[in-house]
Design a protein around this ligand. Structure first.
Ligand SMILES: NC(=O)c1ccc[n+]([C@@H]2O[C@H](COP(=O)([O-])OP(=O)(O)OC[C@H]3O[C@@H](n4cnc5c(N)ncnc54)[C@H](O)[C@@H]3O)[C@@H](O)[C@H]2O)c1
Length: 332
């Protein structure tokens, strides 16, 4: 069996998850970890029996991998992705970056352009939609089970007390929401955003956004960093897709999938469809899809959850910020 050689850059909280998943996959050989924090790199290397590097330059000098996850963080959880990602893409390494693709839209545009020029695969960890429930819902939509989509509504909220910048909540959390909205509704054409600062907060921690999609679908996103965090949960996420023949509801990414036909009460309901019980499991399903895209050597334009998808989500987020700041509906 062909084994892909993989490395993980940035082995903090989330990089450790990528490392654990790569090292558990039969078709992957985790060869290296890289962190500017030498202690973290050494610890991960000894745990996963691979080589430690302390800079991307030294990693590239030995080139022990074909694919790499970039799990750095930085400003608004995405400011540090640019430098290591550019080095890796330039060297022809296929990169799976953490979300947001970048908090800096110019950087996001440059990275996707570079990946295209170099013809390398560039994916983003938009893991919230890598669930059996979302895949089944998409099948239902494609099979015309709900007819023409009229409206899509989404809620995504978690409890995140970090106060580092005014638009941290939109830029760091909603790459996930907009990727899911794009997946079901296609490109968004217009956005109108209202926001407020939760009690005692300095940042725009709550936002309500009206959306119009290019194909005429209308929708709404409700987001918050002042959300619930009940034990055993990651927060709250819900999606409702309303069509001319029925509607689909997904709760908490993978926990509940329901189909309601418009003219009958015989709804269909699945708990933890496909055996996925918890959001945390989406890291594995997303990384497995990334590995499979590389094993299959899909064309870079065909990567599922691509850099371009990450960029598209970030463009909508910047539109939402402009809408709020100018008190207008923004055309994207
Ligand atoms: N997909 C999801 O559901 C999800 C959930 C939470 C966080 N995240 C994302 O994961 C990313 C990482 O978050 P985290 O909490 O693991 O951060 P972290 O701070 O725990 O880890 C980041 C690591 O990157 C290292 N690093 C920074 N610059 C580097 C460089 N140039 N080369 C090598 N190593 C470098 C740091 O030393 C650190 O160890 C963020 O982008 C965050 O938004 C994604």
């Amino acid at each position: 069996m062909r084994k892909l050689k993989a490395a993980v850059v940035g082995v903090g909280n989330i990089g450790t998850i990528h490392t654990e998943i790569y090292s558990s996959l039969e078709n992957v050989d985790l060869t290296a970890v890289c962190d500017i924090d030498q202690e973290k790199a050494d610890k991960a290397a000894s745990k996963f029996n691979c080589k430690a590097f302390y800079s991307v330059e030294s990693l590239l000098a030995e080139m022990p991998m074909e694919i790499a996850s970039v799990c750095t963080k930085g400003e608004e959880n995405g400011g540090d992705h640019y430098q290591p990602t550019v080095l890796l893409l330039e060297a022809g390494i296929h990169v799976l970056g953490e979300k947001p693709i970048s908090n800096n839209i110019e950087h996001a545009r440059l990275m996707t352009k570079l990946a295209e020029e170099k013809q390398v695969r560039y994916g983003i960890n938009l893991n919230h939609r890598f669930t059996p429930s979302a895949i089944k819902a998409k099948e239902w939509v494609d099979a015309n089970r709900i007819g023409t989509i009229h409206m899509i509504d989404m809620t995504m909220w978690i409890d995140n007390p970090v106060e580092t910048s005014p638009w941290f909540h939109l830029r760091a959390l909603h790459p996930h929401s907009f990727n899911i909205l794009h997946y079901f509704g296609g490109p968004i054409q217009k956005i109108q955003c209202f926001a407020n600062k939760g009690e005692g907060r300095k940042i725009w921690s709550n936002a309500q956004m009206n959306l119009q999609f290019e194909n005429g679908i209308i929708g709404h996103l409700r987001g918050s960093y002042d959300g619930d965090f009940p034990s055993g949960s990651f927060g709250l996420e819900s999606l409702e897709i309303v069509g001319s023949k029925g509607r689909i509801v997904i709760e908490n990414a993978c926990e509940s999938l329901r189909y309601y036909p418009r003219r009958s009460r015989s709804m269909e309901q699945y708990d933890c469809y496909g055996g996925m019980n918890h959001f945390q499991e989406t890291f594995r399903s997303r990384i497995e899809a990334w590995v499979q895209d590389n094993i299959n050597q899909v064309h870079p334009a065909e990567v599922n959850g691509s850099g371009k998808e990450g960029l598209a989500a970030q463009e909508v987020i910047e539109g939402a910020i402009r809408s709020f700041e100018t008190d207008t509906v923004v055309k994207l």
